[in-house]
Design a protein around this ligand. Structure first.
Ligand SMILES: O=c1ccn([C@@H]2O[C@H](COP(=O)(O)OP(=O)(O)O[C@H]3O[C@@H](CO)[C@H](O)[C@H]3O)[C@@H](O)[C@H]2O)c(=O)[nH]1
Ligand SMILES: [Mn+2]
Length: 349
């Protein structure tokens, strides 16, 4: 059974809408602390349903707390959520969108998504050799015949990527041509993504070990004033995967599911994503060819090296990547300020 670990988990929610969805999660989220990032107009009053333990930050708070470094936190894009990762002091983060609800498994039972993520994160991963029965650490499963005993201890899990029933995480062109597509397929599986394989990470239903990989879970500069939006989680997913591969951590995908209720507007999304649809053809090969030096032994060091290589290799694609690489460095400066053991800053609003 999944551990509760409520003193060790923060739930981070970016929002431009309302937090009514929390009512649906009440039995599952009430024991935990919420960090809410209110995006858009900071003068708008946002209601948090009674009984939840939370801290809330709007743009004015972010500017006040980070000063000049606030320019590494996006405005008018879900990427703003990474401010919550920065100010958290917990070991684990679960981040979820405000249009996501509790899904049911095929037996009709409500899925406790956070509990399943914690189970994924507290059990090892197997990135070096694929187990054909998927997660060998699940009850009722094990390593299959031919699985080397030397690899059966696995490696620490840094990221748990959950999936979505109902509205799938499509890009704008796919949304435009398949507006009625709904995901009804519940696949009862958790897989470790093999070492050397990238994946499109979605932040709608995502958990990670902040101590292991938090410094690399930066969502970039997107949205207002930038030529790119909605690639926040993709960028963070590519960065964290290459860092996990280098440091020997695992990334899992599959269970748990949640119910994604609202399709964002595909025309608006197309405008935001437009450059990314071209640039991803350069970004992904870049990440596929990144080699991090042996001297990088933690997420911060890896991330600074990644920023350097991104500037060198992607800067010529578009000047945007020079700014993104600079923002990555600013993020690490902020991360070190907030997370230095001797200098733990109180980020409370
Ligand atoms: O300007 C904004 C826009 C949105 N948010 C908050 O971010 C999440 C996700 O937004 P939304 O539901 O509109 O987007 P989707 O297309 O369904 O989600 C996917 O796009 C990803 C890329 O950003 C995202 O991670 C995916 O899940 C909601 O909570 C919005 O309120 C925002 O803060 N600012
Ligand atoms: Mn959504």
């Amino acid at each position: 059974m999944a551990p509760t670990l409520n003193g060790e988990v923060d739930i981070v929610i970016p929002t431009i809408r309302s937090l009514n969805f929390l009512e649906n999660w009440r039995p599952f989220f009430e024991p935990y602390h919420l960090i809410i990032i209110q995006d858009g107009d900071p003068t708008k009053e946002i209601k948090v349903p009674e009984g939840f333990d939370y801290e809330l930050y709007n743009r004015n708070d972010i500017n006040r707390i980070l000063g000049p470094k606030a320019n590494c936190i996006s405005f008018k894009d879900g990427a703003c959520r990474c401010f919550g990762f920065l100010v958290s002091k917990k070991k684990f983060i679960y981040t979820i969108d405000d249009d996501c609800f509790v899904a049911k498994d095929p037996s009709g039972k409500e899925i406790d998504a956070l509990a399943k993520h914690l189970e994924n994160l507290t059990k090892p991963s197997t990135p070096y050799y694929f187990n054909t029965l998927y997660d060998p650490y699940r009850e009722g499963a094990d390593f299959v015949r031919g699985y080397p005993f030397s690899l059966r201890a696995g490696v620490p899990t840094a990221v748990s990527h959950g999936l979505w029933l109902n509205i799938p995480d499509y890009d704008a062109p796919t949304q435009l041509v398949k507006p009625l597509d709904r995901n009804t397929r519940y696949v009862d599986a958790v897989l470790t993504i093999p070492k050397g394989t990238l994946y499109p990470m979605c932040a709608m239903n995502l958990a990670f070990n902040r101590e292991l990989i938090g410094a690399a879970m930066y969502f970039g500069i997107m949205g207002d004033g930038q030529p790119l939006g909605r690639y926040d989680d993709m960028w963070a997913g590519w960065c964290t995967k290459v860092v996990c591969d280098h440091l020997g951590y695992g990334v899992k995908t599959g269970l748990p599911y949640l119910w994604h209720s609202k399709a964002s507007n595909p025309f608006v999304n197309l405008k935001k994503e437009y450059n990314g649809l071209f640039w991803q053809e350069e970004m992904i090969p870049f990440f596929q060819s990144v080699i991090l030096p042996k001297k990088c032994t933690n997420a911060q060091e890896c991330y600074l090296e990644l920023a350097k290589q991104a500037k060198e290799k992607l800067g010529p694609v578009d000047p945007y990547f020079n700014n993104l690489a600079d923002a990555m460095v600013t993020w690490i400066e902020a991360w070190e300020e907030f997370n230095a053991p001797a200098n733990v800053k109180n980020g409370s609003a």
